[in-house]
Ligand binder design. Sequence first.
Ligand code: COA
Length: 390
Amino acid sequence: MSGNVVDRGLEGVIVGETVLSNVEGQVGRLTYRGYDIHDLAVNATFEEVVHLLLYGDLPAQSELRDLNAELAPLRTLPPALIAMLKAIPTDAWPMDVLRTGISALAHFEPHRADGAHESNPGAALNLIAKTPSIVAAFDRIRRGLEPIAPDPHLRTAANFLWMRTGEKPIKEAEAALDMYLVLLADHSYNASTFSARVTASTNADIYGAITAAVATLAGDLHGGAPSKVMTMLEEIGTPEKAEAYVRNLLGRHEKIMGMGHREYKIRDPRAEHLEGSAKALTEKSGSPWYKVARALEDASDAVLQEMKPGKKIYANVEFYTAPTLSSLGIPKDEFTCLFACGRMAGWTAHVLEQMAGNRLIRPQANYTGPAVHALEPIGGRRAHAVGALN
Ligand code: COA
C-alpha cells in the first residue's frame, strides 16, 4: 500500500471470498474445494472436477453417470451458430472466434422478459459442453473441412480430439488432455475469473460474464502465453541453443514466456504434471519440444542467477502446456482456447458463486489529473495537441 492506493496490479489485495479454489503461492499449493491438485490430477477426470466445482463435491458413480448423460446432448452446436462460424474469415485468431462464439451462443438460449439469460448450473453445463465444440468446429472450418458432430459416448477430452480430427484418440492422448483440463479448471481470483465476477456483479447474465472472461484470458500475461512459449521453442530449435537464446532475451530485458507467476513463489504445482505429459507424449511421437523446453527451463534458472543473483523464476502452467498440446496435434494459435475449455468449469462456478452472494464490485481510483478549472468556450480555446493516453 502507498497512501490510499493499493499496489498496482492489486498484488496481494484480497477483493472477495470463494470456497472454490485456493492458491497458496508461498508453498506452491493449489486446491479445489480442499482437494489437492496433485490428487485431482491423477485421480479425477475433468467431468468429476466439473461436478466438484459446480455441485460442491466429487460425484458418486451414479452422479457422474448422470452428469455425463447431461453433457452429451449439450455438446451439439445450433446449426445457425455453425453457419455463423463459417462466415468468419478463416485467418481469424481462434480466441477471437471463441469469444464471438460464446457471445453468440447466448442468442440460442432461453432468456427472461428483461433479456437476461438464466444463470444456473444448467447454463454453466451448456457453456462447459459447447466451448470445445466451438473450438473444434472452427478448427475444421478454417482448414476447409466440415465440422464433426460430437460423439455421445466420448467424454470432454476425447470428444474434442474426435471433433478436430474425425479419429478416435489413443488413450494416452485422451488422458493427457483430460489431465490438462483438470489442472486448468480453476485458479481462484485470476484475472479472467475476476473479470467474470465483476461482470456478473452488475447482474449481467452468465453468457456476458463468460464472454468477458474469454476476452481477459486472451492476453499473453495470462492465457495467451503458451503459444508464445511454442514460438520460443521453435526459434530455439535444439536443446543446446537454449542457453544462448535465454542470454539474448534477458539481455534485451524481455520476459521468458511461460515463466514467472504473480502468486507462486516456487514452481507452479501444475507444471510438474504437464511436464510429465509433455515428456511421455513427445517420447512417443519423437518430437523434440519437451527436450528443448527442459533445456530452456534449466538455462533460464542458470542465466538469471548469473545476471540477477538471488532472483529466481519458475515454470508456470503455460510452459509445458506448449509441448503437451503441440504433441496432441493442436496448433499453437489454439492453445489458449484449450485453456478456456478447462477454465470454463471454474469461471461458471465463480459466476454462480458471485450471484449467490452478490454485491456490485465497484472500486475507486485516486484521481491524478488536473485540478478543477473553468471551461473555456470553444471559440476561445487554443489548438494544442493533447498527449494520447498510453
Ligand atoms: N522472464 C524474465 N523475468 C521475469 C519473468 C519472466 N517470465 N517474470 C517475471 N520476471 C521478473 C521481472 O522482470 C521482474 O524483475 P525485476 O524485479 O528485476 O524488475 C520480476 O520478475 C517481477 O516481475 P513482474 O512482471 O512485476 O511480476 P508480475 O507478478 O507482475 O508478473 C507475470 C507475473 C506472470 C505477468 C510475469 O511473470 C510474466 O510476464 N510472465 C511471462 C508471461 C506468462 O508466462 N504468463 C502466464 C502466467 S500463468
